[in-house]
Design a protein around this ligand. Sequence first.
Ligand code: SF4
Length: 252
Amino acid sequence: MTPSSMLVTEVFSAIQGEAALVGERQVFLRLTGCNIRCRYCDQPEALEKRGGPCRLEQTPGRRDWAQATSPLLLAEVVEAVDRLWRALPHHSVSVTGGEPLLQAGRLARLLPLLAARGHRVMLETNATLPGRLAQVLPWVDHVSADIKLDSVDGQGTQLDTQRRFLELAGGHHLFVKVVIGPDTSRPQLEAAVAMVHRVAPTSEIFLQPVTPFAAVLTAPSPELVLELQDLALRLHPRVRVVPQTHRLIDQL
Ligand code: SF4
């Protein structure tokens, strides 16, 4: 792979289903490769950092895929995004994955090209790679940062690493997403929310009840969701519960 290419899984236009920008129309640029393996991950095809077939929607929302082979040249990525945006005004480009910051150096070359075309960018990240964030931040308008709970995703992510990430991301319309499940540890959630409150006191936290998928068989009960929001609200004033709404209305 050359410095002017990147690993892409798919590019398409869809309704953002999660967190602060729920309901907005976005171009999704899904990159390939992730550094962790959450139990509930609904993007198994985007996890391994390797090339191969990828798909590019031709008309916004039509799912008229053109097949291509990843890695794609940065110019090809720009054209795939721009084609959709030219056909329909979008709120922003959701740069997602996988974990986009695995390709931070390449993103640092791509994002200025998107910005030059007037495309705002939302970075959707697992917030575990603070050392790579600075490379892309100048071109990012919104940061959607996941804070991981080991009791839910089983990945043992260090809270201190995530704290350093949020410290760097502040000021870029930062919001935080925490996936909650039936086995959510109350102490882990309290520690996470308290950390966010210290580091990013004005940022909203979105509790996202897990959608059953793969190894995850059940969502948290209605009573537990209320209890966890109560717990979080005692530590941070801005906590909303938003499920994966795109799954409810059968969208990508
Ligand atoms: S961080 Fe996101 S893409 Fe990576 S395994 Fe977890 S849910 Fe999947």
